[in-house]
Design a protein around this ligand. Structure first.
Ligand code: AMP
Ligand code: ZN
Length: 112
């Protein structure tokens, strides 16, 4: 198994964990792109948001609910951005579905 996020979900790699339940984990990004940069992953291996279907979409719903609940604890009260990179053109380096939560400062509205 070489998927780094599967290793994180099985606790084979340590992170600065901020949230965990039966379906998802949230932790601080190791290379933050903004003052606040969190990552939420599915515990099960889903390749990307392009592989969300009726069987696994509850995981995405759970992620959005939890992010809305914890955002005020991470200096995101003024707003933030949720991003998911998909595939090669989308710049997805880790091929295991995850959401980036970015904020803690005003963000620029650029695509790249
Ligand atoms: P992506 O380019 O969308 O696949 O994003 C992968 C993200 O995972 C990047 O922002 C990395 O900095 C982050 N990352 C990779 N390895 C770790 C790790 N061990 N702990 C925390 N974040 C990580
Ligand atoms: Zn994986």
């Amino acid at each position: 198994m070489d998927c780094i996020f599967c290793k994180i979900s099985k606790k084979l790699i340590e992170t600065e964990l901020i949230y965990e339940d039966e379906y998802i984990m949230g932790f601080k990004d190791i290379r933050p792109q903004a003052k606040v940069h969190l990552v939420f992953i599915s515990k099960e291996h889903i390749e990307s948001a392009d592989h969300i279907n009726l069987e696994n979409s509850h995981i995405v719903g759970r992620m959005f609910q939890v992010i809305a609940k914890i955002s005020s604890h991470y200096n995101l009260q003024r707003g933030y951005r949720i991003i998911t990179n998909i595939g090669e053109d989308g710049g997805q380096e880790i091929r295991h579905f995850h959401l980036h939560i970015i904020g803690g400062e005003p963000l620029k509205k650029e695509i790249n």
